[in-house]
Design a binder for this molecule. Structure first.
Ligand code: AMP
Length: 494
């Protein structure tokens, strides 16, 4: 452990510090005004582990000093020892879990980041992705800023540092007025916990209460784990500030249409979470029911691809009246397949994770229900496994529309060339996967499952860019034309 003291806010760092790669899907949890804030934060992060399994970190503040511990691996492995938790003293803490699918899994990628400013110390954690971080970074480097990482979060830190405003909240607001993208942020200073969502509200953040303490979290399931009450979602574009005067909030940005990420409902969030007033579990069941209405086929069994296909398969089965059975058994000691960095491990991972339940499948016409097809790796293996367990027919039903476009807003999807739906039409996909039939929920069916009449073409109610290619926030760093991107990096093109 190393300790560094500064005039403003001493910080003690354990574990690695420093650089981070671009943020992908992540989980945030913070608590203000609770003895043992870090222990509660560790529990909250444990409930958010599905949002990131690569690494986790917690920064706590005890009124005099910041304490930080960050490590690669699971929360339960890194925040379980009394020794570690004893270091993280204070009644205010924030934490972060993250994953990246790139091979560059390194210690320095871990958040929350900490920086000392003119006004004191600030720890900050980020879920999402900025779409003009490279452009801003070039501008900042030209102004003399020295970056230690490629991180979006560090870009925000520099923008806060150079802001000419006095109050920390004004500096953060000023910093964010320069950025584009999808982000939820959580920060602590020596006096405040600050949480906010981008003006479109793409990424989630909720507010909770436990006694006198305030909590902010990516999902409500992390409130449940510590017995906290769910108060409300932080609103799109809202900055919530909690200090010794209580909670207050501002909305300094111009209003934008709400575009909450629809993929949170389909796959990413935990089914026991409530997002934007809707139970994720119920939405998934509704999607399954819509899917059955749209594309049911004669069959003997409805079988989920566990675990992500389970609620949709229940809804599907209840709608069509064909029995739901666990025709695939999942080994719970293997993490999410997709998260493994290399193709080779990804292939191996699928075999390690699932096994066909021959007692259920033999001689049956089976409808398999899964949440999404990305590269198609999982589906190919699963179908092969179900056939070798004796299924007579295998039909695949997917509770999302075809994923044909990459996400630039914080869900990690591969480049377009690696997306099966971007390369093949429906028949070719069915052939590739080896199924007797394949169907995806329609975009309107998905919106109906969310209580809408359908997708509003003028102003869609959600961000569904991964399905529609309609990106609500400018992709400044991701221009498809490299020459144009170069110009935009020079600030000459938007
Ligand atoms: P693939 O094998 O590439 O087609 O991946 C599809 C599987 O990965 C689905 O069964 C999903 O449950 C899961 N999945 C989809 N999107 C993601 C994501 N962004 N991160 C992690 N897992 C995902």
């Amino acid at each position: 452990m190393t300790a560094s003291r500064t005039s403003n806010a001493p910080v003690k760092i354990t574990g690695p510090g420093g650089l981070t790669a671009p943020e992908e899907e992540c989980g945030l949890f913070g608590i203000y005004g609770m003895v043992d804030a870090a222990t509660h934060t560790a529990l909250g992060l444990h409930a958010l582990q599905h949002r990131g399994q690569e690494a986790g970190g917690i920064v706590a503040y005890d009124g005099e000093q910041f304490h930080s511990h960050r490590a690669l691996g699971l929360v339960g492995d890194n925040f379980n020892s009394t020794d570690t938790m004893k270091q993280l003293v204070g009644d205010m803490a924030i934490g972060h879990v993250r994953y990246s699918t790139s091979g560059g899994t390194v210690l320095r990628n871990i958040q929350p980041l900490f920086a000392d400013f003119k006004f004191g110390g600030l720890a900050i954690a980020h879920n999402g992705n900025l779409t003009n971080a490279i452009k801003i970074r070039h501008e900042l480097v030209q102004r003399g800023c020295i970056f230690q990482s490629t991180s979006d979060t560090e870009t925000i830190i520099h923008l806060i540092a150079i802001s000419e405003y006095g109050r920390v909240v004004d500096r953060i607001t000023d910093a964010l007025s320069h950025v584009e993208g999808a982000y939820s942020l959580l920060a602590i200073t020596q006096k405040k916990m600050i949480g906010l969502r981008d003006p479109y509200g793409v990424r989630p953040l909720v507010l909770g209460r436990l006694g006198d303490a305030w909590i902010m979290s990516s999902e409500t399931c992390a409130l449940d784990i510590i017995g906290a009450e769910f108060v409300r979602d932080v609103e799109p574009g809202e900055i919530v500030i909690i200090d010794d005067k209580g909670l207050h909030s501002i909305k300094p940005f111009s209003k934008k249409p709400n575009r909450f990420c629809i993929f949170e409902y389909i796959y990413f969030a935990r089914p026991d979470s409530i997002m934007e007033g809707r139970s994720v579990y119920e939405v998934r069941k509704n999607i399954g029911a819509e899917l059955a209405r749209e594309s049911h086929v004669d069959s003997d069994l409805i079988v989920p691809v566990p675990d992500s296909g389970v609620p949709a398969a229940i809804g599907y089965s209840q709608q069509c009246g064909v029995p739901f059975e666990l025709g695939i058994i999942r080994n719970h000691y293997v993490g999410r397949t997709f998260i493994e960095p290399s193709d080779q491990i990804r292939h191996l991972g699928v075999r390690l994770k699932h096994n066909g339940n021959a007692a259920m499948l033999k001689g049956k016409r089976v409808v398999l229900v899964d949440d999404s097809i990305v590269r198609g790796t999982t589906s190919v293996k699963i179908v092969e496994m179900v056939r070798s367990a004796g299924a007579k027919e295998v039909h695949m039903r997917i509770s999302s529309p075809p994923t044909a476009h990459p996400c630039f807003y914080g869900i990690d999807t591969p480049q377009q060339k690696d997306l099966l739906a971007a390369q093949y039409d429906l028949d070719a996909m069915a052939k590739h996967i080896g199924v007797d039939s394949l169907a995806f929920i329609s975009v309107d069916g998905l919106y109906r499952a969310l209580g809408e009449e359908g997708r509003n073409i003028e102003v869609p109610q959600y961000c569904d860019a991964c399905f529609s290619g309609d990106y609500p926030i400018a992709l400044i760093d991701h221009d498809k034309n490299p020459a144009q991107q170069q110009l935009s990096l020079l600030g000459e093109h938007k």
